[in-house]
Design a protein around this ligand. Sequence first.
Ligand SMILES: [Zn+2]
Ligand SMILES: [Zn+2]
Length: 197
Amino acid sequence: MPYGPYTRTEANLGGVGGQVEYDTYSAEALQLAVDLANTDVASRANAEEYIRVNAEWFTCRDLRLSDADVADIGDLARKIRSVVESGSDNEAVTRLNTLLDCCSPVPRATNHDGELHLHYSPDGAPIVDQLGATVAMGMAHVVCKYGRERLGICAAGDCADVFVDTSRNKSRRYCSETCASRTTVSAYRARQRAQTP
Ligand SMILES: [Zn+2]
Ligand SMILES: [Zn+2]
């Protein structure tokens, strides 16, 4: 289902057999972006759940969202999706830069969780800035390194989820096995119906 309530998916972009190697941090930041695009964040409860589950990404003391924050998070989700829907590299460039512009990432070293790593906004920056900078960098890294074909929209009739294609020949069409098999079953039933006199 597109735009469902938020459930966290594990960043597993190495794929079975590791067809495409993503570095872990970019992979996790990309997964944060994909999950955001697939969550109905117009609902405040879903937006809050998304932030709560991913709290480890943020260094702001206060994770509460204002109405403006909820609206801005929805805007980020739409911008991520529009990058995935790009029809050409030129369009992807424009849309990626629109996404990057909205939170102007600033690389910052941090060890807020006891481990030295890189963030894309200063410690304590507002939550939407931190989220926006992280998802924008995750998208930009992977699209620029592996190509926009690595991101797709599920082809199942009743699903519009964004997915990451880690297959060797970039042939993936569905967000999940569930969508793939549901589509196969309904195509089979349609053929059966067509053959029934
Ligand atoms: Zn961190
Ligand atoms: Zn799907």
